[in-house]
Design a protein around this ligand. Structure first.
Ligand code: UDP
Length: 454
C-alpha cells in the first residue's frame, strides 16, 4: 500500500492552473501522490516555461489530454473552448483514469475538479470514485452558478443567457451589484460565444451537484454573505505559494525575475505594479493611453507587458516612451507576481482584478487600482472598491477608453489618502489568520484532507 492518489483537473487557463498547483503541493505535503491533468496545449506551454525554480517535485505527475481544438485554434475564444472540452475531454479523462488504475498500484482515490469542470465529477461518479470541487474564484461565483436557472425563470436572462434588459441585481444585500451586461458569460465575445459559454456553465451548475465536497480559494471574512448563501462550500484560502515561502508553479510564460533586483533599488512603498493577468488584450489606442498614464504619474512602475497583451504589434509603445521612462519604469514579459506583491517597494497594484491577483494583493496589504477586463473581474472590483474599500476603480470616457489623465489622478488619489493602505493592511492581517494553525481555512483544508484519507 503506497500513498493515496488524487487526480486534479483544472480548467485550462493560467488563473486556474496556478492555484491547482498550490492545492496539489498542499496535498503532497500531507503524503498524497497527485496526477495533475492539463490539456495538451497548456502542458506544452507549462513545460516550455519551466525555469529551474518551478520544481513541482516527484509526487506531482503532469499528464495531458486533448482539449478538442486544433493546434491553431484560438483558445481565448471561450465558446469554442467550452464546446471542445465537452466534446472530447470526458471520454479522454475516463480512458486516462482507467489506464492509470489498470497499471498503478496507487489507484485514484479522489478526483478534485475545477468548479468549471463539473463533467469530470460525473466521470468520477461513474467510476465510483470520491469527488470534490475546488473553485479558484470568489465564492460568489458559486452562488451565481446556483442562481443561473433562477435568472432564466425570473426573466432576467433568456434561455441563451442574453440579458433581457440592462439592470442591476444582487446575490445578497451586502454583496456588490451585478449588471446584467457584465454577467460572466455576457462579456465573452459575440452572441455565439455567449450562448456556448452559458450552455456550458448551466450544464456545469448541475454537474457540480454530484461533488461530495466543495472547497474554494477564499475566506469567510472576505465573503461572509456568499458563504451564507452557499453553505456547503468551504473556504480553504488563500492558498498561495508565498504562505509556504515557495515559488508558484505552472506558469504559461517564463518568469523574468530580474525585476526583483530592480525593485530592491526603489524606495519603500513607491512602485506602481501594473499587471493584467493572462487574458487581457488592449487595442492600440488603449495601450497608448496606459503608457501615457504611466508617464504622467511620474512615479516608479513595474509593468507586465505580456507578448500578446496588445493587438497593436511591436511598435505599440509611443515613440520615445521606453527612453523617457527608462530611469523609473521597467517592463517585463511575465513577473514572479506573488514575490513582486510582497516586495516592500510596491505601493499599489494596477490590476485587472482576476481572483488570484485579488487574493495576492490582499494577502500583501497592497491597495488596488481596478481595471477589470471581463468575466468575474468586474464583480471582484465591487468587493475591492465598495465592500473592503481597499481600492479605486478607473472610469472610462464616453468611447470606453480609460485615459492617461484618469490613471494619473486615481493613482494620486489612492496613494495620497492613507486610509486605503491602512485598510489594506487590516485586511491582510485578517486574511492571514485564516491559513494559520487553527484558522478557519486551515481547519477546512485539514478536514478535507481527512475526508479524502477516510
Ligand atoms: N501572474 C504571474 N506573473 C505575471 C502576471 C500574472 O505570475 O506577470 C500570475 C498571478 O500571480 C496569478 C495568475 O498569474 O496567480 C493570474 O490569475 P488571475 O486570476 O489574477 O487572472 P487571469 O489570468 O485568470 O485573468
Amino acid at each position: 500500500m503506497g500513498s493515496l492518489h488524487v487526480l486534479v483537473m483544472p480548467f485550462p487557463a493560467q488563473g486556474h492552473v496556478i492555484p491547482f498547483m498550490e492545492l496539489s503541493q498542499n496535498l503532497v505535503k500531507h503524503g498524497f501522490k497527485v496526477t495533475f491533468v492539463n490539456t495538451d496545449f497548456s502542458q506544452e506551454r507549462i513545460v516550455k516555461s519551466f525555469t529551474g525554480k518551478d520544481n513541482v517535485g516527484d509526487q506531482i505527475r503532469l499528464v495531458s489530454i486533448p482539449d478538442g481544438l486544433e493546434a491553431w485554434e484560438d483558445r481565448n475564444d471561450m465558446g469554442k473552448s467550452c464546446e471542445g472540452i465537452v466534446r472530447v475531454m470526458p471520454k479522454k479523462l475516463e480512458e486516462l483514469m482507467q489506464e492509470i488504475n489498470g497499471r498503478d498500484d496507487n489507484k485514484i482515490t479522489c478526483v478534485i475538479a475545477d468548479g468549471n469542470m463539473g463533467w469530470a465529477l460525473e466521470v468520477a461518479e461513474k467510476m465510483g470514485i470520491k469527488r470534490a470541487v475546488f473553485l479558484p474564484a470568489a465564492a460568489a461565483m458559486m452562488v451565481l452558478a446556483y442562481r443561473m436557472q433562477k435568472l432564466i425563470d425570473d426573466g432576467i436572462v433568456d434561455n441563451d443567457g442574453t440579458p433581457i434588459k440592462n439592470q442591476n441585481f444582487q446575490l445578497s444585500p451586502n454583496m456588490p451589484p451585478i449588471n446584467t451586461a457584465n454577467l460572466p458569460w455576457a462579456c465573452m465575445g459575440d452572441s455565439t460565444a455567449q450562448r456556448l459559454v452559458f450552455k456550458y456553465l448551466l450544464r456545469n451548475s448541475i454537474s457540480i451537484t454530484v461533488a461530495d465536497w466543495l472547497i474554494c480559494n477564499s475566506t469567510y471574512d472576505l465573503e461572509p454573505e456568499a458563504f451564507t448563501l452557499a453553505q456547503t462550500l468551504l473556504p480553504v484560502g488563500p492558498l498561495l505559494a508565498s504562505n509556504r515561502q515557495a515559488n508558484t508553479a505552472g506558469h504559461f510564460w517564463s518568469e523574468d525575475s530580474t525585476c526583483l533586483e530592480w525593485l530592491d533599488q526603489q524606495p519603500a512603498c513607491s512602485v506602481i505594479y501594473v499587471a493584467f493577468g493572462s487574458f487581457t488584450v488592449f487595442d492600440k489606442a488603449q495601450f497608448r493611453e496606459l503608457t501615457l498614464g504611466l508617464e504622467l504619474c511620474n512615479r516608479p512602475f513595474l509593468w507586465v507587458v505580456r507578448p500578446d497583451i496588445t493587438t497593436g504589434a511591436n511598435d505599440a509603445y509611443p515613440e520615445g516612451f521606453q527612453e523617457r521612462v527608462s530611469t523609473r519604469g521597467l517592463m517585463v514579459g511575465w513577473a514572479p507576481q506573488q514575490k513582486v506583491l510582497s516586495h516592500p517597494s510596491v505601493a499599489c497594484f494596477l490590476s485587472h482584478c482576476g481572483w488570484n491577483s485579488v487574493l495576492e494583493g490582499v494577502s500583501n496589504g497592497v491597495p488596488f487600482l481596478c481595471w477589470p477586463y471581463f468575466a468575474d473581474q468586474i464583480f471582484n472590483q465591487g468587493y475591492i472598491c465598495d465592500v473592503w474599500r481597499v481600492g479605486l476603480g478607473l472610469n472610462p470616457d464616453e468611447r470606453g477608453v480609460i485615459l492617461g489623465e484618469e490613471i494619473k489622478n486615481k493613482v494620486d488619489e489612492l496613494l495620497i489618502d492613507e486610509k486605503f493602505k491602512a485598510r489594506a493592511m487590516e485586511l491582510k492581517e485578517m486574511t492571514a489568520l485564516n491559513v494559520k494553525e487553527g484558522g478557519k481555512s486551515h481547519n477546512n483544508l485539514k478536514n478535507f484532507i481527512e475526508w479524502i484519507k477516510s
